[in-house]
Design a protein around this ligand. Structure first.
Ligand SMILES: [Zn+2]
Length: 125
């Protein structure tokens, strides 16, 4: 009887560990799904990384030579820019891994990294 009791405790312990492991994997899976970030590079240097899951308005550069970066609904876009060509503004919103917004006059690159890598590999078309 004593052996059986100990054995039963082991089973319960293993069950708890499995449940915890499952919860951890589920949590990791959920966070990975929303884990995309907008990496902001100016003149080749990464100045910040913004999670797409969190809305934000960020003034980049300096007055008269800047870009207004908007993070909204899981997308990133340049809403306003002081550059002459306005290419970065016209590029619109990006959200998928590998997409980027480039502002050549300001040497600004906003690239999407991580997140959405599962099942959206067909975005090359
Ligand atoms: Zn621009």
């Amino acid at each position: 009887m004593e052996w059986l009791k100990t054995h039963r405790n082991d089973v319960i312990l293993i069950a708890v560990l499995v449940a915890l492991g499952g919860a951890l994997m589920l949590w990791l899976g959920l966070t990975r799904q929303t884990g995309g970030v907008a990496r902001v590079q100016i003149d080749g240097e990464t100045v910040m990384e913004l999670p797409l899951s969190q809305d934000a308005r960020v003034e980049l550069g300096e007055p008269g030579r800047g870009n207004l970066l908007i993070i909204e609904d899981g997308t990133a876009r340049v809403e306003r820019a002081d550059c002459p060509d306005q290419v970065c503004v016209r590029q619109g919103a990006v959200r998928y891994n590998g997409e980027s917004i480039v502002c050549l006059p300001h040497k600004l690159i906003v690239s999407i990294e991580g997140g959405g890598s599962n099942g959206v590999d067909g975005s090359t078309g």
